[in-house]
Write a protein that binds this ligand. Structure first.
Ligand SMILES: Cc1ncc(COP(=O)(O)O)c(C=O)c1O
Length: 386
């Protein structure tokens, strides 16, 4: 049996999305900047996609900038806003559990003279709003706190964060990559200035993402060239990707959403139940109640996460340690250390991330295999588990 429980890393392309995209490879392949009929067909499809996406996110179409990924969107926002608003100040605040593309974008800004501070999170993975408020200074240009964490699935109070940041006179960016379809993203209601998304996290194609940008705030483009995307992001339009992203978003928030969320939660809770009842000495990383229903991040005392991952992989199961960018990099997870996990516990976790194509039968197979894997690995472990 093959089981894919790594849906936070990426998802399988929805077949309806693929069918929508094919036309823009086969027939309407014109460059959306060209003024002939083939270019016009691409342009019109792309602008329709922009409008559909803006309606779902509740923002103006002109505020959406298509990018190649969320990594690019986050780089553009963090660096572009900081650099264009230097007169406002040189202090940047980001949460300590951000994705590496946010952390490293901010890190690069240090070379330009910016001061970067990390906002701590509690053991549950949640930002303390009072601490946040105290950390924002008069020279804080930008605050970046993600909506949903990719490793532990915890959900931040985006609306309250936006209010605090704005009351203090700073700008707010939210990385919402792991939010679809779990949160109702509403840009006007959330009142954020910048937001980033990536299509491949919600059954859309890889290689396309977006940045929502408040155009009343100055932002320096990251990629310059022919001036596409209102001059904010040059490069030939990825029309098939953009059309695919809109379709994927419509499906994610469409008729199947409620049923998917319910099934995904049932499967996640079933695996959790089986782990808690059949495997001793485990611990759950991050808050269970303030978490998206697709995520389960569990530590197994006395065993290396990577060893569990590889053993499960040999049984046809895909999971992740969520601790590093790849199995070649065994660096401890900054998210787990951010929530206070330490010692050998920090290297013993597995992230199970569920998706709409999973079944309960698969979950039972994973629980059976996991029990066997942990029992066997613990026999060889130098850390005595009981
Ligand atoms: C929270 C978060 N932000 C950003 C990214 C980067 O997205 P992309 O793969 O589109 O570059 C990811 C991907 O894992 C993510 O989980």
């Amino acid at each position: 049996m093959e089981v894919y429980l790594d849906n936070s890393a990426t998802t399988k392309l929805d077949n309806s999305v693929l069918l929508k995209m094919i036309n823009f490879f086969e027939s309407d392949y014109g460059n959306a900047s060209s003024i002939h009929f083939k270019g016009e067909a691409s342009y019109n499809a792309q602008e329709k996609a922009r409008k559909e996406i803006s309606e779902i996110l509740n923002c103006e179409p002109k505020n959406i900038v298509f990018t190649s990924s969320a990594t690019e969107a986050n780089n553009m926002i963090i660096k572009g806003v900081a650099r264009a608003n230097k007169t406002k100040g040189n202090h940047i605040l980001i949460s300590s559990i951000e994705h590496p593309c946010v952390l490293n974008s901010a890190e690069q800004l240090k070379k330009d003279g910016f001061e970067v501070e990390h906002i701590p999170v509690g053991a549950d993975g949640i930002i303390d709003l009072e601490i946040l408020e105290k950390m924002i200074r008069s020279d804080t240009v930008l605050v970046s706190v993600m909506a949903v964490n990719n490793e532990i699935g915890v959900i931040q109070d985006v609306k309250s964060i936006a209010k605090i940041v704005h009351d203090k006179g700073s700008f707010y960016h939210v990385d919402a990559v792991q939010s679809i379809p779990y949160l109702d993203i509403d840009i006007k209601d959330w009142n954020v200035d910048f937001l980033s998304l990536s299509a491949h996290k919600f059954y859309g194609p890889k290689g396309v993402g977006l940045a929502y940008i408040n155009k009343n705030i100055k932002i320096e483009p990251l990629i310059v060239g022919g001036g596409q995307e209102f001059g904010f992001r040059s490069s030939t339009y990825n029309t098939p990707g953009i059309v695919g992203m809109a379709e994927a978003m419509k499906i994610a928030y469409g008729l199947e959403r409620e049923d998917n969320l319910k099934r995904i939660k049932e499967m996640r809770d079933h695996l959790l139940y089986r782990i808690q009842n059949e495997i001793p000495e485990i611990f759950i990383n991050g808050s269970l109640s303030r978490r998206t229903p697709n995520n389960l991040n569990v530590g197994f005392k006395g065993v290396e996460g990577e060893a569990i991952l590889m053993d499960l992989s040999s049984k046809g199961i895909c999971v992740s340690t969520g601790s590093a960018c790849g199995s070649a990099n065994l660096k401890a997870s900054h998210v787990l250390s951010g929530i206070g996990v330490s010692g050998y516990f920090i290297h013993s976790n597995i992230r199970f991330s569920f998706g709409k194509y999973n079944t309960m039968k698969e979950v039972d197979y994973v629980a059976d295999c996991l029990k066997d894997t942990i029992e066997r690995l613990r026999k060889f472990s130098s850390v005595k588990s009981v």
